[in-house]
Design a protein around this ligand. Structure first.
Ligand SMILES: Nc1nc2c(ncn2[C@@H]2O[C@H](COP(=O)(O)OP(=O)(O)OP(=O)(O)O)[C@@H](O)[C@H]2O)c(=O)[nH]1
Ligand SMILES: [Mg+2]
Length: 383
């Protein structure tokens, strides 16, 4: 009999005995009452009148019932503004230089200015459709608010870019409610999935959460070793099997272990092959199905990692992946050292999926929680 069962049955036994002794006690007290009555009768003593009973104290309200396994954690990280400015330096420099030439010597925001602006946004990797939306919004404002000063374009543009960046209306994407909270990380080869998992693991543990990583990219031996290295750097545990084993089985093992050891967060690495969408779809949904057997609704998050330095290619990948699987958020990496950071603006708008994290370098702490206000500030940073 295990420890819990033993405790439980002791409790039961005690209860049965208690009932028995309660009955005996009440029998005893009945006899005592009869004896008292007899004594009173014999002595002809009037019993004392009954005292006013003390008012019953108000019962304490019951505490809210706790859901089994209830769990709540809000992720928080203050933007490292200096770092963000530095990583977007190339993007903003190139963008602002182009913008300067449009505004220079112009006094009004006319059709010609708007045409030039459209070209700048498109060549800054914002994407055609999102650019057109921004231009339409600016045109509308110029008409309605009678903006005539071309110098004010900066300000209007900044506001409209911020408006267009998709984000969830509340900040619920930064809340974890399931334990374990299961994240699957997807994306094509070399975009930075494994590196990002290392960064995420360190970030979660810095928030006081226990993290378990699953090496479900079993395609290359090096992939498993690389993930082990990141797990070591982040000081978290990893579950792995041999190269070539079934990724779904690794994911299952990882969740099983997370449940047994009561982990808060599970992050599953996946292989980044996209040359066959059907295969990819089958593999990702199999991993998902298998995990769902152990943890309700797992994976709770599917993070698509995109390499920001690939500009329009990242758009294409994002489209393909969101057709293959239900991407819940984006992590855009390698924003440092590229002038194509504008891609962040269009991608979330086109997919209606929020950017949640950005990668700002190759080191473990080079990760920022995405904040569109801070992002746009750095995008327009003139220093
Ligand atoms: N500059 C910079 N480099 C990054 C960033 N994130 C990842 N990298 C680099 O990108 C390269 C690929 O990273 P990986 O993490 O191996 O990418 P992956 O998606 O796991 O690749 P596969 O496992 O081959 O599919 C590495 O050289 C990383 O150092 C980032 O935010 N900034
Ligand atoms: Mg990898």
């Amino acid at each position: 009999m295990n420890f819990f069962k033993r405790l439980f049955s002791f409790g039961k036994k005690k209860k049965e005995n208690d009932v028995e002794s309660d009955v005996n006690q009440s029998l005893d007290s009945d006899e005592a009452i009869e004896e008292d009555k007899l004594e009173l009768k014999n002595k002809k003593i009037k019993p004392e009148p009954d005292q006013e009973p003390e008012p019953e104290p108000e019962p304490e309200p019951d505490p809210e019932p706790k859901k089994p396994n209830s769990f709540f954690k809000r992720l928080f990280k203050k933007t490292d503004k200096k770092k963000l400015d530095k990583s977007l330096e190339k993007t903003s420099k190139s963008f602002l230089e182009k913008l300067k030439t449009v505004v220079l010597g112009k006094s009004t925001v006319d059709a010609a200015v708007l045409d030039d602006l459209e070209e700048i946004l498109i060549t800054s990797d914002v994407g055609v459709e999102t650019t057109l939306k921004i231009i339409d919004a600016i045109e509308e404002r110029v008409k309605n608010e009678k903006y005539t000063n071309a110098q004010e374009l900066d300000l209007i543009l900044k506001e409209e870019i911020q408006n267009i960046i998709y984000d969830e209306k509340d900040s619920s994407i930064f809340e974890l409610k399931d334990k374990p909270h299961v994240i699957m990380v997807v994306g094509v080869n070399g975009v930075g999935k494994t590196t990002s998992i290392g960064k995420l693991a360190k970030f979660f543990s810095s928030q006081g959460l226990s993290v378990l990583i699953g090496a479900a990219d079993t395609f290359r031996a090096a992939a498993i070793e690389q993930l082990e290295m990141w797990a070591e750097r982040a000081d978290v545990e990893i579950v792995k099997q041999n190269m070539g084993s079934d990724p779904a089985s690794v994911a299952y093992d990882t969740l099983n272990s997370a449940l047994n050891k009561n982990y808060d967060v599970v992050i599953i690495d996946t292989a980044g092959r996209l040359h066959n969408k059907i295969n990819l779809m089958t593999e990702l949904s199999k991993i998902g199905r298998v995990m769902n057997k152990l943890v309700h609704n797992a994976p709770h998050e599917i993070i698509l990692v995109l390499d920001g330095s690939t500009g329009q290619n990242a758009f294409e990948q994002a489209k393909q992946f969101s057709e293959a699987t239900k991407v819940t958020s984006l992590m855009v990496t390698k924003l440092d050292g590229t002038a194509k950071g504008g891609v962040v603006i269009g991608i979330s708008d086109q997919l209606s999926v929020p950017v949640k994290y950005i990668g700002t370098g190759e080191k473990i702490d080079d990760i920022e929680l995405f904040d569109k206000k801070d992002f746009v500030e750095s995008f327009f940073n003139k220093n």
